[in-house]
Design a protein around this ligand. Structure first.
Ligand code: PRX
Length: 535
């Protein structure tokens, strides 16, 4: 992998002096340019440091860094020596980081001190800890790559599991290289003089594939942005597009909805005429956001590519002026009804895939059984995405959203179970149920029902405590928007919580349909009444 994304360009392709990344810091005063040759040199140094620390082929290395060049250097250094990287999004809490380090049994953690300020103080141990700058300075900048087998693991990336415990998705070297490289080239119609910008964080799969591996495999020039779309002003994205003459821009519906709120004025100040193609990923894009993206950002002339895929997969999308998708080469979708029967023509149901392709995940780290149960048990013979889907008369696939116990908050997938588990850690809470509710900017937000232990009181302080608890356990992205007191939860006679009903209560939809399977239908009325007390 590392040879293909760096050495090949520097040694065979004469791209050594080509810019690999324009790094743009959180503050507009911080920026730097990194060429392919410089990147290769840093990667070799870092690879030698890791080797020096005893990291061998197959060992796991955890990375918990903000969007700085060191993040890319470390991931490629791992690839160079055959170590398996496990990147943890820097917005996750220390507990989430800990859980992922333990699961992967990583021997090294690469991190930045600034992040640790907010968290438990970790004392420096000179036997264990080293400063990046010091060890990199003395490290040689040549390192023979470890030659890997096509099916050796490249990285682990944790994604939410419906049981609440994160699953370590494993991708392998050759299939992942092929699919990131091909999808990047064809979906974004890559040309050598492009300046490509994917605004995702490398802590998510989109950043792995479309900031690091896909662009580098194609010898592309990318923007690597550390900051936020609204800092220090709401035109920051547009300013960066003008500054680097970005031609291909890839972002998420939640970012578009956020920026739409500020109207067209912030864009008018900048020249966006370099843009050729716009991409969207992470959640279904609503028509209003799509139109704004196409007409205001793309000035009506840039195709919008809607790329549907998952941490687990690499797949669909089609450059088109409309926001549905066709499957990518090698990907064969099908739509099933709940009995697992395949539906033909214009239809709606469960989105599944008929056969594997090189870019699909290989297993869940150390848990092949969970892998089989999660993706293949519901409909034997198919890979189950967990998403609903509609096929129209022209054969386009429209992703309608999750149909399991997952939520998509600002394009970040999380399971209701993990938030429930965090809430139930509070000593006043006896039971919790979490559902999604539509949100103007985030797409979906968390609506939590909590049942308290006898004699415990529901008040503002408790609500704040519970929000803090979830933030600490999972991270700020999981902060609940609503917490409602639920003296009881709607359950079936066998004791299963009926989430469909809770979702409707959260959305204030009064027409609840058939309630006959409920053990105690009166609970519903009580919950609707309590709802009106919400602030
Ligand atoms: O529900 C789908 C939604 O995000 C899920 C995958 O999330 P994750 O593994 O975090 O990867 C996100 C980035 C690839 C999917 O099961 N999703 C992702 N992209 C789209 C989408 N839903 C609709 N349209 C999309 N373009």
């Amino acid at each position: 992998m590392c040879y293909n994304v760096l050495d090949r360009h520097v040694k065979e392709g004469k791209l050594g002096e080509k810019v690999a990344y324009y790094w743009e810091g959180n503050s507009p005063d911080h920026h730097m340019t990194i060429t392919y040759r410089q990147l290769l040199s840093h990667v070799c140094r870092c690879a030698n440091v890791l080797k020096q620390m005893g990291v061998k082929r197959g060992d796991r290395v955890s990375i918990y860094l903000p969007m700085i060049p060191e993040l890319i250097v470390t991931m490629l250094a791992c690839a160079r020596i055959g170590a398996v990287h496990s990147i943890v999004f820097a917005g996750f809490s220390s507990e989430s980081l800990c859980e992922r380090i333990m699961d992967a049994q990583s021997s090294v953690l690469v991190t930045a001190g600034k992040l640790l300020q907010h968290q438990t103080y970790t004392p420096w141990e000179s036997e264990r800890d080293v400063w990046w700058d010091e060890v990199m300075r003395d490290s040689p900048d040549e390192c023979e790559p470890e030659w890997m087998d096509a099916e050796d693991p490249l990285f682990i990336l944790y994604t939410s599991g419906s049981t609440g415990k994160p699953k370590g998705v494993v991708h392998t070297v050759a299939g992942y290289l092929l699919y990131t490289s091909l999808t990047f080239r064809y979906v974004f119609d890559h040309h050598p003089d492009d300046v490509y910008w994917c605004t995702a964080d490398i802590g998510w799969i989109t950043g792995h594939s479309y900031i690091t591996y896909g662009p580098l495999a194609n010898g592309a020039t990318s923007v690597l942005f550390e900051g936020l779309p609204v800092h220090p002003h709401v035109g920051r994205f547009w300013e960066i597009i003008e500054k680097y003459k970005v031609t291909k821009f890839y972002t998420a519906p939640t970012a578009i909805r956020l920026l739409m709120k500020y109207g067209q004025e912030p864009l008018r100040k900048y020249d966006l005429s370099s843009l050729r193609i716009l991409g969207t990923v992470g959640e279904p894009i609503n028509p209003e956001a799509w139109r704004w993206y196409h007409e205001v950002v793309g000035q009506g002339r840039c195709p919008v590519v809607d790329t549907f895929w998952q941490t687990e997969t690499h797949l669909t999308s089609n450059p088109d002026f409309i926001f549905q998708t066709f499957p990518f080469f090698g990907v064969e979708p099908a739509i099933l009804n709940e009995h697992g029967e395949e539906l033909e023509g214009v239809t709606e149901g469960y989105l599944v895939f008929r056969k594997p392709w090189p870019g699909i995940m290989r297993t869940i780290y150390k848990n092949q059984e969970l892998f089989e149960n999660t993706y293949f048990r519901k409909f034997p013979g198919f890979y189950v995405t967990g998403d609903g889907c509609r096929r129209d008369k022209d054969g386009y696939y429209w992703i309608t959203g999750r149909i399991d116990d997952m939520l998509n908050v600002s394009g970040h997938l999380m399971s209701t179970a993990e938030v429930e588990a965090a809430l139930m850690l509070h000593q006043s809470v006896s039971e919790a149920a979490v559902v999604s509710r539509p949100h103007k900017v985030k797409g979906e937000c968390l609506y939590c029902f909590v049942t308290l232990k006898d004699s415990k009181e529901f008040n503002c302080k408790l609500v704040e405590d519970l929000k803090r608890l979830v933030r600490e356990k999972i991270g700020p992205i999981a902060t609940p928007d609503f917490i409602q007191n639920a003296p009881a939860l709607p359950k079936t006679r066998s004791g299963k919580i009926m989430r469909r009903i809770l979702r409707q209560i959260a959305r204030n939809e009064k027409d609840l349909g058939d309630l006959s399977t409920l053990a105690d239908p009166k609970v519903v009325e009580v919950l609707f009444n309590q709802r009106s007390e919400l602030k």
